[in-house]
Design a binder for this molecule. Structure first.
Ligand code: 3H9
Length: 712
């Protein structure tokens, strides 16, 4: 757990050994402290080097222990160990290879010198786990870097590359060679030298002018970005402590703040997200194939068909993953524009060639179709691709909701067809829904899941149904938002409730951003609005269910959202981004309600949240029941990484468990009783069964889902 050896006669090399990331588990902590004590008491040892096994320094505290107080409390605490390291009368050098993150970097900060390999990364990412650097990091880093740079690293949690760390003064030296050997040589050279000014705990924080104003502003800034998360604010408070208090008092403050965060639901939710992100890589398919039994053929060349916004982003994402990409756009004028845009995004050519001819896709291992969302157009392309592409090539569609099996049927290789649902902007957003149809082969899924990882995506394998997982669940959420407007709410009220909950944007601002015309076109295709609707059909009912034509009426007025400068909000110009309330909309809604005999009532934020979120969660349970998602964790990963669900709330299914399934059920029953014509509010049977079984914890839900038809 901590290997101890003496080299060059006088240097004790302590190597942390706990694969895969050398996390500081109870056993490692014990080993580390014993080794430090051994080095302290051995008269032959005159200096110490701390390193990590297998080229990785340390990934920090063992996150798996956080949910388990007995593990966390067994073994010495990190603070105690780091105090012993810092207090050692012999120079201690950290030799950082790979990464030093969280508790790993805090260990390095307790050392007297820090050496790094040129490819190493360091950081204090605790904030993304709903925590702060709680083993002295919040107090030592500001003393080393100054408040500004330390605060930035601690509040953002960003990883810092070795070069930048050297410039910041976080690393003393960076080497391309063997970091441990370099550190050993250096350690010998400083044996016997005074260490007092190397102990960060002894140093004052570099002074900062207007300190109160600085921290007031930092707090406002952090609050603005935190979207309700407590950890960033606690980080600011802790760093303020470093700047204003003696070291030991600052450590006490750090401890108090850490205890509050550690026991909060937010840390639990963030930790859950950490594991759901990684768990998504362990996928399964209907034929019983699994991530660990299925070999994927590597993909090295790709073609992207259609270079609109999505196609361009996909091209960039594939090129950045190291693939050689041919980008195809049959409309010549758009091809030139796309070429310029892609080159700009890639800052140069980056392995992309361009063509106006579909034949150019002939040699690709994978083709991603990203044309206009029209099933007839896509069917035609898949038919052509089937004959153009080489036999082993995989054919993927970037559709956000259309039937993958219908596209597969247009080809002679249905087992090689699947969906790759990217999210805009495709080169930035982390989520990728990998959609398998009933005939998609496990090898096809495996190859694309592996490619997703190469692109740095959180790839989630899902089944084939309208809207797949994410958009299918979004539909009832949007629907309830429209209904709330009919009943008396305003877009501002609905959006404020959702933004306070933690979404970066409320549902109406989001619709304005993506364009109201997109949903309008889909509803026309579905025969819900447009010429297919006969005059005698009631305006607010479709197929016996409540329907809100509000979105259609807005589009008929030419209000498509940001692109037309008017939507649910008013913008200063077409394409403008700053939303303002629109008095026109207020009277439009009043007239609409009067025309339909609807009485506006007072709606509070709680009702907004419950109606919108419970309807979405209810659909999530249906998705599980239908086997379209393999687990609640997968649904949560989709929502956190693709739909802006706040990480500190874990994802919709985790949130449901945290609120209490019985309470969610009760809420749905209440709202369904009040709105019996809205079937999305009718609690689904899986939710009822889970409540009947005493609401088991989320990792046990699959036992209740079992027996249902699985598409995965
Ligand atoms: C902390 O330090 C608190 C202190 O301030 C104070 C305490 C008092 N623990 O990501 P990967 C697992 S908080 C346990 O796929 P990569 C991970 O689940 C900690 N397990 O690899 C996965 O397991 P599986 C602050 C961990 O190469 C496997 O290792 N530190 C931990 O793409 C491989 O992980 C952080 O927040 C851990 N600390 O990336 C760093 N880390 O194979 C968190 C990973 O079963 N870790 N695992 O799915 C990372 O950011 C990345 O894992 C890292 C490697 C960059 C290190």
């Amino acid at each position: 757990m901590a290997q101890y050896r003496i080299v060059s006669g006088s240097v004790a090399v302590i190597s942390i050994q706990n694969p895969p990331v050398n996390a500081l588990s109870a056993a490692v902590r014990k080993g580390l402290l014993l080794s430090v004590r051994a080095a302290a008491s051995d008269p032959l040892v005159r200096s110490v080097v701390i390193s990590g096994h297998n080229g990785q320094f340390c990934g920090g505290a063992d996150i798996k222990e956080f949910g388990n107080v007995s593990h966390l409390e067994s073994g010495p605490h990190l603070v105690e160990i780091f105090e012993s390291v810092e207090a050692l009368a012999k120079p201690v050098v950290a030799a950082i290879e790979g990464f030093a993150l969280g508790g790993g970097l805090e260990l390095a900060l307790a050392c007297h010198y820090r050496f790094g390999h040129s490819e190493a990364r360091v950081g204090l990412p605790e904030v993304s786990l709903g925590l702060l650097p709680g083993a002295g990091g919040s107090q030592r880093l500001p003393r080393l870097l100054g408040v500004r740079a330390a605060l930035d690293m601690i509040v953002t949690g960003r990883h810092v590359a070795a070069g930048e760390a050297l410039n910041l003064g976080l690393l003393d030296r960076v080497t391309d060679g063997n970091t441990v050997d370099t550190a050993v040589r250096f350690a010998q050279s400083v044996e016997g030298k005074p260490l007092d000014d190397r102990r960060l705990g002894n140093r004052p924080c570099p002074p900062l002018e207007n300190i109160d104003a600085f921290f007031e502003e930092a707090l406002i800034h952090a609050r603005g970005r935190a979207r309700g998360a407590a950890a960033p604010l606690a980080c600011v408070q802790a760093v303020r402590g470093a700047a204003t208090l003696p070291f030991l008092k600052g450590m006490e403050l750090e401890k108090r703040l850490m205890e509050t965060l550690m026991t909060s639901g937010q840390a639990q939710a963030s930790r859950y997200c950490f594991f759901t992100e990684r768990g998504a890589a362990r996928w399964t398919t209907p034929t019983g194939a699994r991530w660990d039994t299925c070999r994927a053929r590597p993909i090295s060349t790709a073609a992207v068909i259609g270079l609109g916004t999505m196609g361009r982003g996909i091209t960039v994402a594939l090129a950045r993953a190291g693939l050689s990409v041919v980008a195809v756009e049959t409309q010549e004028h758009q091809l030139d524009e796309a070429q310029r845009a892609v080159s700009r995004m890639l800052k140069g050519g980056g392995g992309v060639s361009y063509s106006a001819d579909l034949q150019a896709a002939a040699g690709a291992d994978l083709v991603v179709e990203a044309v206009f969302e029209d099933i007839a157009v896509k069917e035609e392309i898949f038919k052509q691709l089937s004959s153009v592409c080489k036999p082993g090539a995989l054919l993927a569609s970037n559709t956000s909701s259309l039937d993958i099996d219908r596209l597969a049927s247009c080809t002679l290789r249905p087992e090689q067809v699947l969906g790759m649902h990217f999210f805009a902007p495709a080169h930035v957003m982390r989520l990728l829904e990998v959609v398998s149809g009933p005939r998609t082969s496990p090898q096809t899924v495996a190859a694309v899941m592996q490619l997703g990882r190469r692109m740095g995506k959180v790839s989630v394998a899902v089944g084939n149904c309208p809207g797949f997982v994410g958009n299918r669940m979004l539909k009832p959420y949007l629907e309830q938002a429209y209904f709330l407007l009919e009943e008396g709410a305003s877009p501002e009220l609905v959006d404020a409730a959702l933004e306070e909950f933690g979404f970066p944007m409320g549902v109406f601002k989001m619709s304005d951003l993506s364009g109201l015309d997109i949903g309008w076109r889909v509803r026309k295709e579905e025969g819900l609005t447009g010429p297919g609707v006969t005059a005698d059909q009631p305006m607010r009912t479709r197929h016996g269910r409540r329907y809100s034509p509000l979105g259609d009426l807005m589009c008929e007025e030419g209000r498509y959202g940001q692109k037309t400068g008017r939507g649910w909000y008013l913008y200063d110009r077409p394409g403008g981004r700053v939303a303002r309330s629109d008095p026109w909309l207020r009277s439009f809604l009043e007239e609409y309600r009067a025309r339909h005999g609807l009485l506006a009532r007072r709606i509070d934020q709680q009702e907004v949240l419950e109606r919108c979120l419970y309807a979405l969660i209810n659909e999530g349970f249906r998705v599980l029941e239908d086997g379209v998602a393999a687990s609640p964790q997968n649904i949560d990963a989709i929502y956190v990484f693709g739909y802006g669900w706040p990480k500190h709330r874990g994802g919709p299914m985790f949130y449901a468990a945290q609120v209490g399934l019985a309470r969610v059920l009760e809420g749905l029953e209440k709202y369904h009783k009040a709105h019996p014509d809205s079937p999305h509010l009718q609690p689904c049977s899986l939710l009822r069964r889970l409540v009947a079984r005493g609401s088991p914890p989320i990792h046990k839900w699959s036992e209740v889902v079992k027996g249902h038809r699985s598409q995965l």
